[in-house]
Design a protein around this ligand. Structure first.
Ligand code: AHR
Length: 464
């Protein structure tokens, strides 16, 4: 999605379809071997809904992924919204693939993918902050008929908080191998991650290598820095038959289980599958290359009201000096207005840092992406503000699009008007974020303090 993975690749990375006229557009690279040309997508999709219809395989095998059809355990999938997951890689604004429930990609007629016990490796760059415990955010080898054909018929990386066996250590997410009818090894056999570091990584590398006969290994790392850690290296599952040797079928799946179980969510940025098991040196070189690509690098703009600018929003409420609009740091948390003392933790600073993105429902307005949760936006629900992942619905786009206005009542700041409720502005009330209408029916609509509470100073980002 984000960049060429061959030094001289100059072809398409992915294809989008514009809903209004069903026209297709390939999105390529800015230069041979370079980053995705997101500007081409932005121009083609300006004020239009686009979905990702094809992810090109850059290899000569041309094992492109298209939207997955029905399977043994899931109706045909839909395509992911093309604008859901803006990010900066190496200083270039690009888009990733944001998978919500019901979305997935597949190729059931591949060339050169491991079958019946052949060795293979694969990695993906994904997000530890966009996961759930539903089956199955997978990338890798799966069945040719989209059905569960039995143990060992899959060999895919899974990133999730699924804990079916109990006894899971921490709250996840975990990187495991989906070898069909189970994620392996049990989390108790993984190198432990007691402080749950994967869950706070916006960009992580997950790698699976399987000799197809007797053993497999998993590695994880931070896609922004450092090296990979081997979290498992051992035998194929032995408690049940069918895994040793493996029975891979050679389809490629992305975002669902082998039988198209599609309740999972996840984010995907890039991935590779190889014929044969990669060497340790190759794994390390891949991780070094991913780190050098610069996932989540600064956008290059900060503190200004402009697309891709990283900002914090300081409240002008009389109650709250040095207080900023943020999210509480977990998926269900309401937006809060928090005082930020100079000794604040890195996490607290991240929670009040946003990136201004093109409005999801109106390209002339804006959406506010949480800097440390790629693909999550400030959104309203029943007029209260939360952070949540773009699920590709028109409702979410409406809920998360705001038009900046000159602030009310002579204030010096900016007001943010909801496109969904044009009388409503983002307001600090009782240290929480609301959509408020002057003198409206809700407690947070009170006229007292309204002008101050609905005015914000666009300031330098407190994180980065
Ligand atoms: O192995 C876990 C899942 O179980 C597979 O992805 C799916 O095919 C089956 O339902």
């Amino acid at each position: 999605m984000t960049r060429a993975l061959y030094a001289n690749y100059n072809g398409p990375l992915y294809q989008v379809e514009r809903a209004s006229d069903a026209k297709l557009r390939d999105i390529g690279v800015l230069a041979p071997g370079g980053y995705a040309n997101a500007a081409a997508q932005d121009a083609f999709c300006f004020n239009a809904n686009c979905v990702i219809t094809r992810i090109y395989d850059q290899s000569p095998s041309h094992n492109d992924l298209t939207i997955e059809g029905g399977g043994g355990n899931g109706a045909p999938d839909t395509g992911a919204p093309a604008n859901a997951l803006a990010l900066t890689v190496g200083g270039h604004q690009v888009y990733g693939l944001e998978i919500s429930a019901g979305m997935g990609y597949r190729n059931d007629a591949t060339l050169g993918v491991a079958k019946n016990g052949e060795p293979e490796s694969m990695y993906m760059v994904a997000s530890g902050t966009h996961v759930n415990n539903h089956c199955c955010f997978d990338y890798g080898n799966a069945e040719l008929n989209n059905k569960d054909n039995g143990n060992g018929h899959m060999d895919a990386i899974n990133l999730s908080t699924i804990c079916k066996t109990g006894g899971c250590q921490g709250s996840g997410p975990w990187v495991r191998a989906d070898l069909e009818n189970g994620l392996f090894p049990p989390t108790t056999e993984l190198v432990q991650d007691p402080s749950n570091t994967l869950g706070s990584m916006p960009y992580l590398t997950a790698l699976l290598k399987n000799n197809g006969q007797s053993s497999f290994a998993l590695k994880v790392g931070n896609a922004q820095s450092g090296k990979l850690t081997t979290t498992y290296s051992g035998s194929e599952p032995t408690a049940k038959s069918g895994y040793s040797p493996m029975h891979q079928e050679g389809a490629i799946v992305l975002g669902t289980g082998g039988d198209n179980s599609n309740g999972s969510i996840g984010s995907f940025f890039e991935g590779v599958m190889t014929a044969g098991v990669s060497t340790e040196d190759a794994d390390s070189a891949v991780q070094a290359n991913i780190v050098s690509a610069g996932y989540g690098s600064p956008t290059g703009l900060a503190g200004v009201l402009a697309l891709n600018s990283e900002i914090s929003l300081r409240s002008l409420s009389s109650c709250c000096s040095n207080s900023y609009l943020g999210h509480g740091g977990s998926a269900s948390d309401k937006a809060v207005v928090t005082a930020i003392p100079s000794a604040s933790t890195a996490a607290a600073l991240q929670d009040v840092t946003w990136i201004i993105r093109r409005g999801l429902a109106n390209s002339s307005c804006i959406s506010l992406e949480a800097q440390s949760y790629p693909g999550d936006y400030l959104r309203q629900d029943k007029l209260e503000l939360y952070r949540g992942p773009d699920d590709g619905t028109a409702q979410f786009a409406q809920d998360s699009t705001f038009c900046p206005l000159a602030a009310n009542g002579g204030q010096s700041g900016i007001a943010f008007q909801s496109v969904e409720y044009p009388t409503a502005l983002i307001r600090n009330y009782d240290l929480k974020g609301y959509l408020a209408t002057f003198n409206g029916p809700n407690s947070w609509d009170t006229s007292i303090g309204f002008a101050d509470d609905a005015s914000w100073i666009v300031s330098r980002p407190l994180a980065h």
